[in-house]
Design a protein. Structure first.
Length: 156
């Protein structure tokens, strides 16, 4: 049977607005990526196949683990309705975005200048969209208890 803490996390997950639930799932998905990099086999890095042994030997596994930690932690912070969840989510995505390019370079799968420009623009845009949603969405503010008492739904 689940402990009270786990039950609270599950309950909070279902209380979240749908988009926030999706973003939380995306952050926790990095646990699966990390697990997949530990299981013996191969990893596709922008079209270049790398064994998991090479992955960990060249430092890519450590980079993935360290760069994804803030994002995964932010997912749990969202589940606990922490006031630190929004800045850590935004920082987590920015760190992972940089790590993706770093890991590609380490594995000899560097992006072309055009690909790097497009990737950079998409990263900035996605982080901007996430930040806008996390800070300006009324349902997110309500979920994170960040709305003044008089503005909450059902308040007189």
């Amino acid at each position: 049977m689940a402990t009270k803490g786990v039950q609270t996390l599950i309950s909070n997950f279902y209380k979240m607005p749908g988009v926030l639930r999706f973003l939380t799932g995306m952050s926790l998905l990095y646990l699966l990526f990390l697990l997949m990099s530990v299981v013996p086999g191969t990893i596709n890095v922008h079209g270049r196949i790398v064994t998991t042994a090479e992955w960990w030997a060249n430092g890519s596994g450590i980079i993935l683990m360290l760069s994804s930690a803030p994002l995964v932690i932010s997912g749990f912070l969202l589940l606990t309705q922490s006031r630190y969840s929004r800045p850590s989510y935004i920082a987590g995505w920015a760190i992972v975005d940089v790590a993706v390019v770093w890991i590609a370079n380490i594995n000899g799968a560097s992006l072309s200048r055009a690909e790097a420009c497009v990737y950079g623009l998409l990263c900035v845009a996605s982080v901007g969209v996430f930040a806008t949603y996390l800070y300006l969405s009324t349902p997110v503010k309500q979920y994170l208890n960040d709305v003044p008492q008089e503005r909450r739904a059902g308040s007189p």
